[in-house]
Structure formats: C-alpha cells, structure tokens
Ligand binder design. Structure first.
Ligand SMILES: NC(=O)c1ccc[n+]([C@@H]2O[C@H](COP(=O)([O-])OP(=O)(O)OC[C@H]3O[C@@H](n4cnc5c(N)ncnc54)[C@H](OP(=O)(O)O)[C@@H]3O)[C@@H](O)[C@H]2O)c1
Length: 304
C-alpha cells in the first residue's frame, strides 16, 4: 500500500480506502470528503512524510485525486524529521476562527494572519467593537459573531476566560479543531468544583461543553506579550520557543503542529487531553520559556 493510501485509511478510519481507484477525487463530488477532511489528510501526509503537499507553489486542484497526490508525494524528496525549513510556510492557507479577541486571541490572530491565513475574530460584545483590531490585523482579517467565527474556522481558537465556557454555543464548533488557550483562575472565573477537585482539566471542561469538537490544549502556558516577541519563523528548531500541546486527535495535532511551526514556534506533544493538567497554571512548564527538549522534561516532572 502506498504511503498516501495508508494515511488515508488512518484518517478515514476505513480499511476500504486502501482499494479506492487512483482517479477517485479527494474533494466533494468524488470521495465526497469534506474540505476539513482533506485538510486533515494533507496535514497527516505532511506530518508523516515531511512532504509539503500544499505549498504556495502548488495548486490544490492538481492534487485532487488519490493517484495525483500519491505521485506527488512519491516524487518529492522526504525532508528529514525534526529539521524544519526555516521561514517556510508548509500548510495550505486556512481559515482560523477566534472566540475571544483580547490579549491571546488578538495576538495569535495577528501571527496567523501574517503567516498567510484568513482570520475571523469575535468577542462577547459583537463584531462592531472589533473594527480597530481588524484594521490593525489587515486585509486577511474580519470580525464576526462567535457563532460565525466558529463556523468559519477550519481551526477555532478559544481564548476567553474559563468562566465563560458555559456560554459558548456547542453546535457551530461541531467537527472543528478547537484550540483551548484558557487558564482557570478562580478569582476571575468563579469557583468551578470539577477543577478545584482536580477531577477535570479546564480543557476537559471545554470538551464537555463542545462534545463534537476536536479539542486541543495549547498556547495557555505563555504570556501573550512574550508570545508575540518570541515568534521567529526564521529561527532553527533548537532556538524556538516550545508550545505544549495536549489532545486526543492525532490528525488535529498534526494540523496545529504545522500552524505553530509556521509562526516560528515548536509544538511539543504533551499527551492526551486528560493529561493537560501537566501544562495548567502552577505546573513546571507553565510560564517557562524553554525549547522542546526542556518542555518535554518539565511536562514529565509535573505532579498533581
Ligand atoms: N493574557 C495572557 O498572557 C494569557 C496567556 C495564556 C493564556 N491566557 C488565557 O487565555 C484566556 C484569554 O485571556 P486574555 O488575556 O486574552 O483575556 P482578555 O484580553 O480579557 O480577552 C478575553 C476575550 O474573550 C472575550 N469573551 C469573554 N467572554 C466571552 C463570551 N462569552 N463569548 C465570546 N467571547 C468572550 C472577550 O470579549 P469582550 O471583550 O467583548 O468581553 C475578549 O475578547 C484566559 O482564559 C486566560 O487565562 C492568557
């Protein structure tokens, strides 16, 4: 089985995908994959083979069948793992929704817009209050309601106080990769018994609220001002700031890893969503500005 078919089987969770004809279109109308699934497939191909399957010089339509993607991947030199090409965009242009456009949401929206993605920002007071931010972010940004931002995003960053999680509407997040950047601070968020007892993580709380979303935890460990200063897409991997990333969905992690790489940071796998307490406030990695190896060591040192 070719590498692409093996990955397709894994992404679809269906062994029959191994036997689909070469000329089966990937996009809607053929295999009938939704664009979000194609994005997952391309991200997984990139993560597993190192081949940039959706670089700027490439027309996505030319990869529209299984056979053409196969041939493309087979014809490209495999980039050694752990050796990202400095300053190079590796993912296709995505739409990133932001629920919360304050310190964290506004900063990440700026970084991702600068990396070439379309960003849709929202807050609690309505899009008209975000005109200034949208102006500063430039032509790749627009403001919307929370529901619209969640619906628009291939990936949706949730950067609101944890106390606001119960107010989020579940439906528009269904099927989305959702990145939880929140931290629980009882003085701000009010007491939440499940978090105080350690029975749950704040990311778990969000996942319960958004049951059909593919929730990851990331960007919560770093101050937003430092985040902006430490992003350097031209820096080699060893000099980059590590971003711990927890979650249960490997394909979603591959997509986020790529986005983090594009803005000049390095994602570090911090385990499952249930283990995301290892990066919550008070843990060794929380607030630590460290590289990937150091972050991995600090995550392992965390105690409950
Ligand atoms: N600040 C940091 O350096 C930092 C770093 C890592 C993680 N965090 C965590 O990230 C989260 C956001 O922090 P922040 O500093 O960015 O906060 P912030 O500057 O106060 O921004 C919060 C944003 O959330 C929006 N919001 C609040 N309730 C909402 C709701 N129900 N629906 C939609 N939007 C809502 C706010 O909109 P309105 O202004 O319209 O109410 C605002 O845009 C927090 O959980 C925080 O602990 C912060």
């Amino acid at each position: 089985m070719s590498e692409v078919r093996r990955i397709l089987v894994a992404v679809l969770g269906d062994p029959a995908a191994a036997n689909l004809p070469d000329d089966t279109p990937l996009l809607s109308g053929g295999l009938g994959l939704e664009s979000a699934t194609v994005v997952r497939l391309l991200a997984a191909v990139h993560a597993e083979t190192g081949v940039d399957v959706a670089d700027e010089d490439l027309d996505l339509d030319s990869l529209a069948t299984i056979g053409s993607l196969d041939a493309y991947v087979a014809g490209r030199a495999v980039r050694p793992a752990g050796n990202p090409v400095p300053g190079r965009r590796v993912g296709r242009r995505m739409r990133i929704g932001f629920v919360g456009a304050g310190n964290v949401g506004g900063t990440l929206a700026g970084l991702l817009a600068a990396a070439g993605h379309d960003v849709v920002v929202s807050n609690s007071r309505g899009p008209e209050t975000l005109a200034g931010l949208v102006r500063r972010l430039g032509p790749k940004a627009r403001a919307a309601t929370t529901t619209e931002a969640a619906e628009a995003g291939d990936v949706v960053v949730v950067a609101v106080p944890v106390g606001a999680y119960p107010e989020l509407p579940a439906e528009p997040f269904a099927g989305k990769i959702v990145v939880d950047a929140g931290n629980y601070y009882p003085r701000r968020d009010g007491r939440i018994a499940e978090l105080d007892s350690g029975r749950m993580t704040s990311a778990g709380l969000l996942a319960d609220r958004l049951p059909a979303a593919r929730v990851l935890k990331a960007f919560n460990t770093i101050n937003s001002g430092r985040l902006r200063e430490r992003c350097d897409p031209t820096a080699p991997a060893r000099d980059r700031l590590a971003i711990p990333m927890a979650g249960d969905d490997a394909a979603a992690k591959a997509v986020l890893t790529d986005l983090i790489d594009q803005i000049g940071l390095t994602a570090v796998d911090a385990g499952s969503l249930a283990e995301s307490w290892r990066q919550e406030p008070g843990s060794p990695v929380y607030g630590a500005e460290v590289d990937a190896d150091q972050a991995t060591a600090l995550l392992a040192q965390a105690r409950r």
